[in-house]
Design a protein around this ligand. Structure first.
Ligand code: BES
Ligand code: ZN
Ligand code: ZN
Length: 465
């Protein structure tokens, strides 16, 4: 975003309702350019208006009948990105200011999201259209939302040969430093000494050591909020090796940890009145002669023994140890984010993360926080009738069933065994990936449920005091 561009193009964001009045006030040239219904303020419609020299002097973006969300402006940004490099480099874009502060803030957020490109490994990089911050926008809030979401995208998009376990822990450490938070990590065999046996077991086959990262931030007098993330930097499936078509995307299996780091970024940037604890279980699920095996029985931090039925159900193992740790500190609210099961995708597809809670009364407020903020989420039940399917003849619990039914619920029920029943708990089984790519949301690493939870947290604890 730039302060001194050579030329400025004004941007009008128009609904179907506001468009006719806006058009009435325009000169004959604009009216001619917009004749024949080329632009009517419909959602996603975009128009570039030119002066007599053919230079672009204004841009229009339609919102139809919908409320303004960050995504509202993204179709326009996508069109601008396809303009000539010279035009993009020399121009600043400035909103016509008739919208509310919140709407302006949303548009700024969307502009930042739409400008995102994962081009770290590309030789040729292209410029992005620069926005001149509107007075009415809350710049701090917009920056926080842009940075948090782009952090998630970058982390998920970065391949596992680069974002290995040490690197992911390093990113968490950098974030802690940015906000002057306490940081601690427990690495490799130390996980056994400190009683995180399941994180160790899952990650021990990789030369990149497993680790548990902990960040603590905020005033001790505030209610404690714990975030737990699945940080499997690559999931081969282990000895229960994934077939190629399922393994290809598994660099994104640390998406849950990207979500909690992004959410933590938002909470700390906007200084929410909570005492925040972030726990990230980091491991690479690899194949090696020392890999954990189907049939193994392993111990857990909580004291439950776990029979390994499937080494590909590794996420619930690493996360369960972190959940047990979080519960020892008695949080007011515990939230975990995991790319836990393919079954959640069978149930709800790519766009909608499944979430679960041990408090039925929290389901609607969380669903509403998502649906009302362009971040759809939907609840599934922790149906305890299915618990018995995880009975093991030789251990306290098995990490999979042979039933092949309700896999996302099974994942949730497994984690529930490690949750202290007195703690309010929410579990997200998310995809962390945009499958198709759409305006403001390029194909690749993506937030799925993060903003829903931020809005829920903000309504539960209030904004910064
Ligand atoms: N990381 C996967 C889950 C996953 C797969 C998420 C594909 C998104 C897309 C997880 O570790 C896994 O492999 N889960 C198994 C569990 C099963 C063995 C009980 C699954 O879903 O097949
Ligand atoms: Zn797996
Ligand atoms: Zn996994």
């Amino acid at each position: 975003m730039s302060e001194s561009p050579e030329s400025i193009v004004s941007v009008a964001v128009l609904s179907k309702k506001s468009f006719p009045d806006w058009l009435d006030a325009q000169n004959a040239s604009v009216k001619t350019q917009l004749s024949q219904g080329k632009f009517e303020g419909k959602k996603g419609q975009v128009a570039l208006l030119r002066d007599t020299d053919g230079q672009v002097m204004a841009a229009l973006c339609g919102t139809g009948e919908d409320a303004i969300t960050p995504y509202s402006i993204c179709p326009l940004v996508d069109v601008l990105k396809k303009c000539s490099h010279d035009f993009i480099e020399d121009t600043g874009f400035s909103f016509e200011e008739e919208l509310s502060g919140e709407e302006m803030t949303n548009l700024c957020i969307g502009w930042g999201w739409a400008n995102y490109k994962f081009d770290a490994y590309k030789k040729n990089k292209s410029p992005v259209p620069k926005l001149i911050w509107p007075e009415a926008a809350d710049e701090e809030r917009a920056e926080a939302f842009i940075n948090a979401i782009c952090l998630v995208r970058n982390l998920v998009n970065t391949p596992a040969n680069i974002l290995n376990t040490n690197e992911l822990a390093g990113v968490a450490e950098d974030i802690a430093k940015t906000f002057d938070a306490d940081f601690r990590k427990i690495v490799g065999k130390d996980l056994l000494d400190e009683n995180y046996p399941m994180i160790y077991e899952v990650g021990k086959a990789s030369e990149n050591p497993p680790q548990l990262v902990e960040i603590n931030w905020g005033d001790n007098s505030n209610p404690r909020l714990s975030l737990v993330g699945k940080g499997v930097v690559f999931d081969t499936g282990g000895l229960n090796l994934k077939p190629p078509q399922w393994m290809g995307l598994m660099k994104k299996d640390m998406g849950g940890s990207a979500h909690v780091l992004g959410l933590a970024w938002l909470i700390m940037s906007l200084n929410l009145p909570v005492r925040l604890q972030v726990l990230v279980s980091i491991a690479e699920n690899s194949v090696s002669d020392n890999a954990f095996r189907p049939g193994d029985v392993i111990q857990s931090r909580k004291g439950l023994s776990v029979e390994i039925i499937d080494t590909d159900a590794e996420g619930r193992l690493v996360v369960a140890d972190a959940i047990a740790k979080a519960c020892e500190d008695k949080p007011d609210l515990l939230i975990d984010f995991c790319t836990l099961t393919g079954a959640a995708r069978v149930a709800l597809g790519f766009d909608i993360p499944a979430f679960f809670s041990n408090r039925d009364e929290m389901l609607d407020p969380i669903k509403d926080a998502g649906m009302g903020n362009s971040d759809p989420v939907w609840p599934l039940p922790l149906w305890d009738g299915y618990d018995r399917e995880m009975d093991s003849p030789i251990a306290d619990v098995a990490n999979d069933t042979s039933m092949g039914r309700a896999g996302a619920i099974q994942g949730g029920l497994f984690l529930k065994r490690f949750v202290d029943p007195s703690v309010d708990w929410v579990h997200f089984d998310c995809y962390a990936w945009e499958q198709y790519g759409r305006a403001g949301r390029p194909k690749g690493g993506a937030d799925t449920g993060l903003r829903a939870m931020f809005h829920y947290i903000e309504s539960r604890y209030g904004k910064a005091s």
